[in-house]
Design a protein. Structure first.
Length: 323
């Protein structure tokens, strides 16, 4: 697998990196499902160890993933995996304080808790997890000041800004000045360029991580009927997982991809992931790896399709080419 330089960090990371939201287990915040069901901690640990063996050395987590469960899992591996071999990213903002996730005292407690759970003195890349800074951006200035304070104290090396909405990141990036941005992008959800974020990244040399590039596993085309999901699984609230027609279309797309790219070790992953990084220098995709075989498949992704092949894939998934 090829590597990329992650923007202003200057660090080389694999173009397919490790996302650990799926290690959180089912969870709810008030009425909202925010976790993943169907996980297995032993398999997840084995997946992380296998990822490291295969050179997948960029691991992304957050304090909100299982209310710290994902961080604790990672922190428990350093006796087997040298901490220096992993470029470690975490986030804060979704776990709420008494008033807001970016409340200053709460943010301080969260960074201390993350460092403790991760069993590390420094987090390589620390994100503001979302772009909701309260009424009239009440907590924006203090959140930025705290990030810089953490950085000056050596608790974090680089600063990131994340959100589901690329337009929000584009709006706040000039103020936060992140070294890396992280946004949602997949073949069926792709506002990255039209949002204006691509232009800001190109001018400022920031790194880019795209999360949920497989759209939470939906694009793998593996569902023959709408799945029954735990109420604490965030996918249970997503209408696309209940759309039988869409699921059938995605199975047809998968078959078409496997015919066209059948000589590749991972035809589907190459097709789904390559278009997302081909047009953004310094971009990687974060892929959930809950079992060792997920890491093994990710390590075989080449991400080197031709421009004609990328165009074919985009048209296929946009419905402009018959599956």
């Amino acid at each position: 697998m090829r590597s990329i330089t992650l923007g202003r960090t200057g660090v080389e990371v694999p173009v397919v990196s490790v996302g650990t939201w799926g290690h959180s287990g089912p969870a709810r915040v008030k009425r909202h499902a925010v976790g993943w069901a169907g996980g297995d901690d032993e398999a997840a640990r084995a997946a992380l160890l296998r990822a490291c063996e295969l050179g997948l050395s960029h691991w992304d987590t957050a304090d909100a993933y299982g209310n710290g469960h994902s961080e604790e899992m990672i922190g428990g591996l350093w006796q087997t995996v040298p901490r220096s071999q992993v470029f470690l990213a975490s986030k804060t903002g979704w776990v709420k304080g008494s008033a807001h996730g970016y409340e200053p005292d709460h943010m301080r407690r969260q960074i201390e808790s993350s460092l403790r759970r991760l069993r590390t003195e420094t987090i390589d890349l620390y994100y503001l997890h979302h772009c909701d800074f309260g009424p009239d951006d009440r907590y924006l200035d203090s959140a930025i000041a705290l990030l810089r304070e953490f950085q000056a104290a050596g608790r974090v090396r680089w600063i990131g800004l994340s959100d589901w909405d690329s337009a929000k990141v584009a709006r706040y990036a000039p103020v936060v000045e992140p070294d890396v941005v992280q946004v949602y992008r997949s073949l069926l959800h792709d506002p990255y360029h039209e949002s204006g974020l691509a232009d800001w990244v190109a001018v400022h040399g920031a790194g880019v991580c795209f999360f949920s590039p497989l759209q939470h596993g939906l694009l793998l085309g593996k569902y023959r009927k709408p799945p029954e999901l735990d109420p604490g699984d965030h996918r249970s609230g997503r209408p696309e997982f209940r759309d039988a027609d869409l699921l059938a279309r995605l199975r047809r797309c998968r078959r078409a991809v496997e015919v066209r790219f059948g000589e590749r070790a991972q035809p589907l992953l190459d097709a789904l992931l390559t278009p997302l990084v081909a047009d953004v220098p310094g971009a990687c995709v974060l892929v959930g790896m809950r079992r060792p075989e997920h890491a093994e498949a990710a390590a075989e992704v080449c991400a080197d399709l031709s421009a004609a092949d990328i165009d074919w894939v985009r048209r296929l998934y946009r419905g402009l080419s018959s599956p």
